[in-house]
Design a protein around this ligand. Sequence first.
Ligand code: C2E
Ligand code: MG
Ligand code: MG
Ligand code: MG
Length: 284
Amino acid sequence: HTKHMGRNGYHFFQPSMNTLAQTQLQLLNDLWLALERQEFRLVYQPKFKAPSGPVIGFEALLRWHHPFQGVLSPDVFLPLAEKTGLIVPLGNWVVDEACRQLSEWRKQGHLEWSIAVNLSTMQFEQNGLVQTILDALKKHDVPPEKLILEVTETTAMSNPDESVRVLTALTDAGVQASIDDFGTGYSSLLYLKRLPACELKIDRAFVRELCKEGEDATIVSAIIALAKTLNLKVVAEGVETEEQQAFLTELGCNTLQGYLLGKPVSAESITAYGNKLSPTDTLS
Ligand code: C2E
Ligand code: MG
Ligand code: MG
Ligand code: MG
């Protein structure tokens, strides 16, 4: 009996732990085949010019349509993809697919829309990221200015010199860079100034608490002031209420994104919605 007890009297092999480890292992196995089996999809979340339109573009967000477990969100499988290196081919697929989709919308007349793609830490350490991105743009005939690369503050900071080098090469080619989840990392102002980004996205955590008591309104005002000083546009993510929308607009946010204005949806829904727009329409 005691053989199965840990040093502190805990069981080492609790059935629940075993199941969790097994699930992870199974996912890991499935992950390698998923790309080949075309189980990944992109959904697209609109970005709106503040306060309520028009739509200026979309952020591509990855989903895994697992054969048994249904639709899995990136929080579940991206850490595994990072750990195993699958993120490199997967990330390349995301870039290619997002460019392909934008080019389709462009053919339907939506020449003003941009597409944002998230890049993870390991993609930055990959040789050839710059070329892969430039190739995808060329292949799908998408102007570089219409592609926005979202890099979290934490990713940018994990290898600062490399991030500056890669992003500089890409922005020199005309691509735009955006600092995602801003406020959750620890970037120095000096470093921020060196990053060739044109936009800063305020993390959802600050937006969530915005209209409640506390310090987040002060923090958000400070972030916006900082962004303006550095000549960056400000995007707020996770806008869920009209109060937040009004407040962020008043504070000078340029772009809003969140469930209030639009959830991530399939490319088909956006195509259907886009077809109802005349080129001069502004939405509200
Ligand atoms: P992110 O880039 O900060 O994306 C925003 C996340 O917040 C998305 O979650 C989005 O669905 C969600 N969101 C948007 N508006 C709201 C809102 O109003 N309320 C709430 N509660 N949530 C909202 P998602 O799609 O699960 O993605 C999570 C993270 O996974 C992303 O955070 C991004 O860091 C990463 N990710 C997603 N797709 C990719 C990808 O293709 N490549 C890489 N490397 N990372 C990705
Ligand atoms: Mg993002
Ligand atoms: Mg974010
Ligand atoms: Mg995030």
